[in-house]
Design a protein. Structure first.
Length: 245
């Protein structure tokens, strides 16, 4: 099976479509949440995903947009964009998002969590010590997370030592060998990358080869920015897409 791992699409349909066109044949999509918020095409992104064989999570922005998390928790710019995203949602999109969990065990090997297996809605899993705590919070070999918009990977060796694998660049391949060798992997963000590379980030899980490969996909950033400006979304959210911040 070839599974596309996506996260933090953030209503950026142009980026999502570029990834789906560029990622090659696949059997399934696993989406780690924050499908909407920030960007200009929330319904279209939900429709695109729900038309695929997808296993999806909800993220903090999704929950804010559908009214299950207080918008006041976010900074004013994110809050304004989330309010706008929520107002655009049709009943089908709202229902689809509302039914998603923020964490799920896909099979005995793999757990998906938006933020972390400790706090799936809110934790930004970025550091070695957070990874150490998170490895104790899921069973199985693999936990896939999003939320930070940064591609990264931690491994827990069979002797218990934990290592951050870096740098994670375009084309980086992790081979999942010994089941006792465990991993926490973040594919990065499709719709709002924050590692100073504006290209959409994602990963491919090839279960036959037993690999997870990180990938980047260039897309028409200006097209998304134009849609955001036309919708009256905050300029800073459009501008940051050019810089991958
Ligand atoms: Zn996000």
């Amino acid at each position: 099976m070839r599974i596309v791992i996506l996260s933090d699409i953030h209503s950026n349909l142009v980026a999502l479509d570029a990834v789906l066109a560029g990622c090659g044949e696949h059997d399934a999509i696993w989406c780690l949440g924050d499908t909407i918020g920030y960007g200009p095409q929330p319904n279209e992104c939900v429709e695109r995903l729900s038309g695929h064989h997808v296993v999806a999570l909800s993220g903090n922005h999704d929950l804010a947009c559908i009214g299950r998390v207080d918008l006041a928790i976010f900074n004013p710019v994110a809050s304004a964009a989330n309010r706008w995203n929520g107002q655009q949602l049709n009943a089908a999109s709202r229902q689809w998002l509302d039914a998603l969990p923020s964490q799920r065990v896909v099979d005995e090997r793999t757990t998906l969590a938006h933020g972390s297996p400790i706090d799936p809605v809110w934790e930004y899993l970025l550091t070695w010590s957070q990874a150490r705590r998170s490895f104790a919070a899921f069973t199985g070999q693999l936990c896939l997370v999003g939320h930070s918009h940064l591609p990264l990977a931690f491994t827990r060796h069979p002797d218990g030592t934990i290592e951050q694998l870096s740098p994670i660049s375009d084309g980086h391949v992790i081979t999942l060998g010994d089941p006792q060798q465990r991993y926490i992997i973040n594919p990065g963000s499709v719709g709002q990358p924050r590692d100073r590379d504006p290209r959409a980030a994602y990963a491919i899980f090839d279960t036959g080869r037993n690999t997870i490969s990180f990938a980047r996909q260039a897309y028409d950033v200006a097209a998304t920015q134009q849609q955001m400006r036309a919708a009256g979304l905050p300029e800073i959210l459009a501008a940051r897409l050019s810089h991958g911040i």
